[in-house]
Design a protein around this ligand. Structure first.
Ligand code: FAD
Ligand code: NAD
Length: 468
């Protein structure tokens, strides 16, 4: 039986990054992946393909709605070629997953394709697609098996009309009416994709706000903006029935007063969250425990109850984000190598890649209120930014929350152009425990969107923004 210092099960951003860091630290490393391609949800059916379609459809949206004003006249109205968009997306995915193959070879990581399941706490059996079996032994084992779409007990996902994000990334036609159940990240990103292509999109959300776990200002602004683009919202609606008849799907939901709303469309996207994926792992053979939500339980070093078995990424508690999984992969590798790594979970940024983009780090205003923290708020609207006017991206704002007494930045919440990239400055600032005044005194290139962060910080520190 082949034997390794570490065996990693699952090749998503958690698993493959962990494998690279283990190899860098001199460990003999094996990576097991059940699918034919490496990269997990993120590269194959998540982050990368969704961003490819978001970019393509945003270009189309701009061609339809802003080219004329920019002085670009098209001879005829642009039309969307969904098949080409999906083909380009597939090429982007293909190149990206091949990049992971290259990285595995470069770092001399042995890759096994097949489903990994525990025989005991040190042995994993790998069952290949054809049924052949092989066992490998590890001093340490990392569970990085990720997550799968969750559903509601009364919904049966037929993958044709009632779909999850995986099918929504490769539809053969533009829906006439896409009903989205769940106004979270997936629902709004993929709802935007098809809304821009001309689908009628209706979002049914159980809570009284979209992206309800982010600072409430962001959800309000985003809803206003997406509404302008034709997306309809049914908030505080509890879905109770989903059915199909031929090409028609029917969704029944009750609002907070108990009144029934019936929506009819041709596709339903179920985006009500994701569940940890441990199917087929036979955790019981290793004695590894899970919590009440089916997540693998870990301590602060990401060790399970069996100390040489670790777990990272979507399969454990915390935000289901690729960069969180990556940080955890690095942490586990460095901990196994005897180092003292640390993750500041408060400063893992969250981003929604709609347009305007939404990005957030640190505490929300709601959390500060709940904690009883005395705080100051500063904000700056993009409509006051010269750069934003130049690019016709004047929607949205940046909000800075700072400690009332010390001026330390406690949270930054943005909605607007390129916020996905701009949030990095806020993360750096907060990692170094900057005050709002620090940001207000740092030179920001003009004209850039980043000046709006400086202005919001100036507003937070002493109500002295320059441009409003
Ligand atoms: P995964 O990426 O899920 O990888 C787990 C891997 O383990 C899979 O390849 C699976 O096949 C394999 N596996 C499972 N069981 C076994 C087994 N028994 N044996 C062998 N292999 C096994 N996050 C962001 O940060 N930014 C985004 O923009 C973003 N966009 C997203 C868009 C969509 C549509 C979706 C669905 C998700 C998105 N996410 C995004 C979330 C992100 O994809 C996940 O947080 C991330 O992939 C989690 O990484 P992971 O390594 O924990 O697991
Ligand atoms: P989510 O948790 O972001 O949103 C789910 C939404 O569904 C919530 O607003 C919730 O209130 C709502 N909901 C739950 N039950 C409902 C019901 N019965 N009826 C109506 N609404 C209901 O989950 P998601 O959008 O499915 O995404 C799953 C995970 O993938 C998220 O944790 C997210 O972090 C990750 N993801 C991240 C990105 C990104 O970083 N840009 C993109 C896509 C996915």
């Amino acid at each position: 039986m082949k034997s390794y210092d570490v065996i990693i099960i699952g090749s998503g951003p958690g698993g493959y990054v962990c494998a690279i860091r283990c190899a860098q630290l001199g460990m003999k490393t094996a990576l097991i992946e059940k699918y034919a391609t490496l990269g997990g949800t993120c590269l194959n059916v998540g982050c990368i393909p969704s961003k490819a379609l978001l970019d393509s459809t945003e270009h189309f949206h701009q061609a339809l709605h802003t080219f004329k004003e920019h002085g670009i006249d098209l001879k005829s109205a642009p039309t969307a070629n969904l098949a080409q968009m999906i083909k380009r997306k597939a090429e982007v995915v293909d190149q990206t997953v091949k990049g992971i193959d290259f990285l595995m070879k470069k770092n001399k990581i042995e890759v096994f394709h097949g489903t990994g399941s525990f025989i005991n706490a040190n042995t994993v059996e790998i069952t290949a697609d054809g049924g052949s079996k092989e066992s490998v032994e590890g001093k340490n084992i990392v569970i990085a098996t990720g997550s799968k779409p969750a559903s509601l007990p009364f919904i049966s996902i037929d993958k044709k009309r009632i779909i999850t994000s995986t099918q929504a990334l490769e539809l053969k036609e533009i829906p006439q009416h896409l009903i989205v159940i769940g106004g979270g990240v997936i629902g709004l990103e993929l709802g935007s994709v098809y809304g821009r292509l001309g689908s009628k999109v209706s979002v049914v959300e159980y809570m009284d706000a979209i992206i309800p776990t982010m600072d409430r200002t962001l959800g309000k602004e985003l809803q206003r903006s997406l509404k302008k683009n034709g997306i309809e919202f049914y908030l505080s609606h509890k879905v109770k029935e989903v059915s199909t008849k031929g090409k028609t799907v029917t969704v029944k939901a009750d609002n907070s007063k108990g009144e029934e709303r019936i929506l009819e469309g041709d596709y339903v996207l179920v985006s009500v969250g994701r569940r940890p994926y441990t199917d087929g792992l036979a955790l019981e053979n290793a004695g590894v425990k899970t919590d009440e939500k089916g997540r693998v339980s870990t301590n602060e070093h990401l060790q399970t109850n069996i100390p040489h078995i670790y777990a990272i990424g979507d399969v454990i508690a915390g935000a289901m984000l690729a960069h969180k999984a990556e940080e955890e992969g690095v942490l586990v590798a460095e901990w196994m190598a005897g180092q003292k790594p640390h993750i500041n979970y408060l400063l893992i940024p969250g981003v929604v890649y709609t347009w305007p983009e939404v990005a957030s780090v640190g505490y929300t205003e709601e959390q500060l209120k709940e904690k009883g923290t005395i705080y100051k708020v500063g904000s700056f609207p993009f409509k006051a930014s010269g750069r934003a006017r130049a690019s016709m991206d004047t929607e949205g704002l940046i909000k800075v929350l700072a400690d009332k007494e010390t001026d330390e930045i406690l949270g930054v919440h943005m909605i607007g152009p390129r916020c996905a990239d701009m949030i990095a400055e806020a993360v750096v600032a907060m990692e170094f425990r900057a005050s709002a005044e620090d940001i207000g005194r740092i030179s920001h290139a003009h004209p850039t969107f980043t000046e709006s962060f400086k202005e919001a910080a100036l507003d937070a520190t002493a109500k002295r923004p320059i441009h409003i």
